[in-house]
Each structure stands twice: as structure tokens, then as C-alpha cells.
Design a protein around this ligand. Structure first.
Ligand code: AMP
Length: 278
């Protein structure tokens, strides 16, 4: 496994790769959700590149950039175990040198949900992903459905800016009890970890009501909110949304595919999860 820390280094290595290149951008502190993306990238392309970069520009001023979990030795050993070829770990100072001033800003699909709660988040995400795509020049890039709006944003950016690559979205990997894997789950205290199950339970309730024939999005949202409110540690419900899976516009009557998503603060950590009603 080659670990490269400079842009010049990864460019040089990239020139030697012939054939398809799969790419998995991450912020590290890896778990099986990340590894599922890496395994697909490896299986579907002769070469796979994984990046680890905690991107400062996608964190708001009151967010957890400083405390975001990091463990590079552990990440590298996990990547070694799944036989990753190339790891790219750039320095923030090289990605954002002094007087850095170019940003990728998407309209509409960034305006609600995560974009509304985390101002500037998707500007940071789109910018770093565009930069990484330019540096790594992948044929295919792999993202997790866990961050559903991020997938919509990246696909739109790739289409709008005519980027020459395929975006592959893979299912959310969950713990055995249903909690979506996330690097931020490490923040949860034992009682919060238990309370966090309310997110998946709420999504399953929406799925059940929909499969029983309920098409009124408002009624399903209300039932979801009532269920979350029964969990005392679910302190703040940021949003509960049933939206068109492509435009992310909120629905009155559900027409599939619809993205059911939610963001809830459980104690300190803010957790997100989603399912798609097909
Ligand atoms: P992050 O390190 O949180 O930026 O995530 C890197 C990539 O892994 C993103 O495409 C995420 O959507 C994806 N990812 C994170 N958690 C999961 C999960 N539980 N299942 C599948 N993919 C995930």
C-alpha cells in the first residue's frame, strides 16, 4: 500500500496507472461503511485510491473540526487489511494555501436539510471533492447513501461541470441493531448510543406507514416526530423530511422515489440518517 502525502506525489503515481481508477474520499476514522466503498472500488476497478482528509472548509465555526475523531495508524491498518493500493493524505496547508479563493457553490439542492442547518457545509464539500477529483482524476468515485444530500450535490456538480467520471452511490452500512455507522458515533455515551436507535426506528415507521398505503407526507412526518419525542435524550429535532429524492423538494403527496431523512441531536452529537421509499 502506497501512502502519499503530496499533490505532486499522487499526480506522479496517477500517471503510471493505466485503466480505470476507483476513488473513495473520506475524512478518516474509518468504519465498515467506508470499507464497503473501498471494497467496491477495488472490485470494480484495477486501481483504487482512498483519500483521508478532514476538510476544514466544510465545518461551521461552531462545529466539531477540532474534536473530529482522528486515528491515522488505525485507518492505515484497516485499509491495508482490505488491500487498498493507494492512500492519499494531503496536508490542509497544501490543499488550502494562503490566499486560497476559489469555491464551488451549488444552488437549490444545497438550500435545505443539511445545507440549511449547516451554512456553508456544501460549499466546503463540493470544493474539496472537486479539488480531489482534479488531483486524483478517477474514473469512478464512490459515496455512501448515509449522506444522501451529499450524493445529490456531488452528482449535480459532476453533471453541471461536465466532470468526466461516474458517481457510484452505495447503501448505508448499519450496526446489527440498525444504527447507521458514522465516525461521529464515537461521541455517544452508552445511554445516548441506546437512544440513537430512535433514528432508524423512526425511518422504519415511515417505511411501514408508506407500505400500508399512506401517501400523505405530512401525516407520516407527524408520526415520525411523535415517535422521536418519546425519546428523552433526543434533545433537538433539526429536521424530519420527506422529499423528492432528486430535487430534494419537500413532498405533500408521496411519489417514489422519496427520500425520508432526519437530523436529531442525541445529547451533544448531531446524527443523520435516511431511507428511500421506492
Ligand atoms: P466521511 O468520512 O464521513 O466523510 O465519509 C466518507 C464516505 O463514506 C462518504 O461517501 C460517506 O457517505 C460514506 N459513509 C459514511 N458512513 C457510511 C455508512 N454507514 N454506510 C455507507 N457509507 C458511509
Amino acid at each position: 500500500m502506497k501512502v502519499i502525502e503530496t499533490i505532486a506525489g499522487i499526480r506522479q503515481l496517477r500517471q503510471q496507472l493505466t485503466g480505470l481508477v476507483g476513488f473513495v474520499p473520506t475524512m478518516g476514522y474509518l468504519h465498515d461503511g467506508h470499507l464497503s466503498l473501498v471494497k467496491h472500488a477495488k472490485a470494480e476497478n484495477p486501481s483504487a485510491v482512498v483519500s483521508i482528509f478532514v476538510n476544514p472548509t466544510q465545518f461551521g465555526p461552531r462545529e466539531d473540526l477540532a474534536s473530529y475523531p482522528r486515528d491515522i495508524p488505525r485507518d492505515l491498518s484497516m485499509l491495508e487489511q482490505v488491500k487498498t493500493d493507494i492512500v492519499f493524505m494531503p496536508q490542509a496547508t497544501e490543499m488550502y494555501p494562503p490566499r486560497y479563493s476559489t469555491w464551488v457553490d451549488l444552488e437549490k439542492v444545497t438550500e435545505r436539510l443539511e445545507g440549511e442547518s449547516r451554512l456553508g457545509h456544501f460549499r466546503g464539500v463540493a470544493t474539496i471533492v472537486a479539488k480531489l477529483f482534479n488531483i486524483v482524476q478517477p474514473t469512478r468515485a464512490y459515496f455512501g447513501q448515509k449522506d444522501a444530500q451529499q450524493c445529490v450535490v456531488i452528482k449535480k456538480m459532476v453533471a453541471d461541470l461536465n466532470m468526466n467520471l461516474e458517481v457510484v452511490v452505495l447503501p448505508t452500512v448499519r450496526e446489527p441493531d440498525g444504527l447507521a455507522m458514522s465516525s461521529r458515533n464515537t461521541y455517544l455515551k452508552p445511554d445516548e448510543r441506546q437512544a440513537a436507535l430512535v433514528l432508524y426506528r423512526t425511518l422504519k415507521l415511515a417505511q411501514k406507514l408508506w407500505s400500508q398505503g399512506e401517501k400523505d407526507a405530512h401525516r407520516i412526518r407527524r408520526a415520525m416526530i411523535e415517535l422521536i419525542e418519546q425519546e428523552p435524550l433526543a434533545e433537538v429535532i433539526d429536521y424530519v423530511s420527506i422529499a423528492d429524492a432528486e430535487t430534494l423538494e419537500e413532498l405533500h403527496e408521496i411519489t417514489p422515489p422519496a427520500l425520508v431523512s432526519l437530523a436529531v441531536k442525541i445529547g451533544k452529537p448531531r446524527l443523520i440518517d435516511n431511507i428511500v421509499l421506492e
